[in-house]
Ligand binder design. Structure first.
Ligand code: NCD
Length: 308
């Protein structure tokens, strides 16, 4: 299996065997991620962080992953303070930065930006979200969380919220189809999962049902994956306000849930999960955010050729 020097652009690029390999490598990284063991695996390597959209977890967990493995990070910092403010194209920025570093993590508001960057880069590009497109490294940590906290085999999962603009659920759907998961899609009708993705994953053998209320689906699922309504991607703010508060979970929503139900969320949440759920055994979203560290450590180790 070859990861060294590979770009990580879309979840569609991964086989199940590749995903399992990354998840196993991540498990070995956990003690280092927790700071219980030291490592110099990536000593001498530099990772560039090029983020053209806000981020807390993705950016910081990539940075933590690199630092915990003895590597360094170079941050583009604010767009306004870089040459991008003078009108430099993404292609030119990439052609310059690839001479400074060993890999580039890119987050960009335009769908397809990571793919474009990969055409101009001589070092691996890791897509950390391209508009409403894909977010493959989030999917790896989502799968890792499911593996650690629930089970990937025979999984029944509901994806709820903004399935139209949410890139995490787009990538996750592709990966779940490789594991034969039963997927229930829950969204207001305006925010349905794009038809193209449903067709693609159904063709891969995924079992999909759609409904518009969490209560209807809750008793049957092992994992409920909530998402934020992606306000910034609505062409018309009035359309956002129509759907803004439609899907929320409270302790009452979970009345008929399985005892072992796990609730995940890529975060940030706005108001879709009542904070009273945070202290229940169902809540898994803060652990999920931590799991981003060992998973990104494994991924960096693999693409930089430090592990196999
Ligand atoms: C997500 C994103 O940026 O797509 N956040 C993340 O990476 N953890 C989800 C979101 O912004 O709603």
């Amino acid at each position: 299996m070859k990861f060294k020097d590979n770009h990580i652009i879309s979840k569609k690029d991964f086989s199940r065997e590749m995903i399992d390999h990354i998840l196993n490598a991540a498990e070995k990284m956990e003690p280092i991620a927790r700071g219980e063991q030291r490592s110099d695996l990536l000593s001498g390597k530099i990772l560039a962080i090029l983020f053209f959209e806000p981020s807390t977890r993705t950016r910081m967990s990539f940075e933590t992953a690199m630092l915990r493995l003895g590597g360094d990070v170079l941050n583009l910092g604010s767009i306004d303070a870089s040459s991008i403010a003078k009108g430099e194209t993404l292609a030119d920025t990439i052609r310059v930065v690839d001479g400074y570093v060993d890999a580039i993590v890119l987050r960009h508001p335009k769908e397809g930006a990571a793919l474009l960057a990969s055409e101009f880069s001589s070092v691996p590009i890791l897509n950390a979200g391209d508009g409403a497109g894909q977010h493959p490294t989030q999917t790896l940590l989502d799968l890792y969380t499911i593996k650690r906290e629930s089970h990937l085999e025979g999984l029944k999962i509901a994806l709820a919220g903004d399935l139209k603009y949410g890139r995490t659920v787009h990538s996750l759907c592709y990966a779940l189809s490789l594991y034969g998961a039963q997927i229930t899609l829950i969204s207001p009708k305006e925010l349905r999962m794009p038809e193209e993705i449903i067709n693609d994953i159904t063709a891969k053998g995924a079992k999909i049902t759609e409904c518009d209320s969490i209560e209807e689906a809750i008793s049957d699922v092992d994992v409920l994956y909530m998402t934020r309504i992606q306000k910034e991607r609505f062409p018309d703010p009035a359309e956002y306000h129509k759907v803004a508060n439609k899907l929320k979970i409270t302790p009452e929503t979970l009345k008929n849930a399985k005892q072992e139900l796990k609730i995940m969320h890529p975060l940030p949440r706005v108001n879709e999960i009542d904070t009273r759920i945070d202290d229940t055994p169902h809540a898994c979203y803060f652990k999920q955010a931590f799991y981003g560290v060992p998973v990104r450590m494994a991924l960096l180790g693999l693409v930089l050729g430090a592990i196999e």
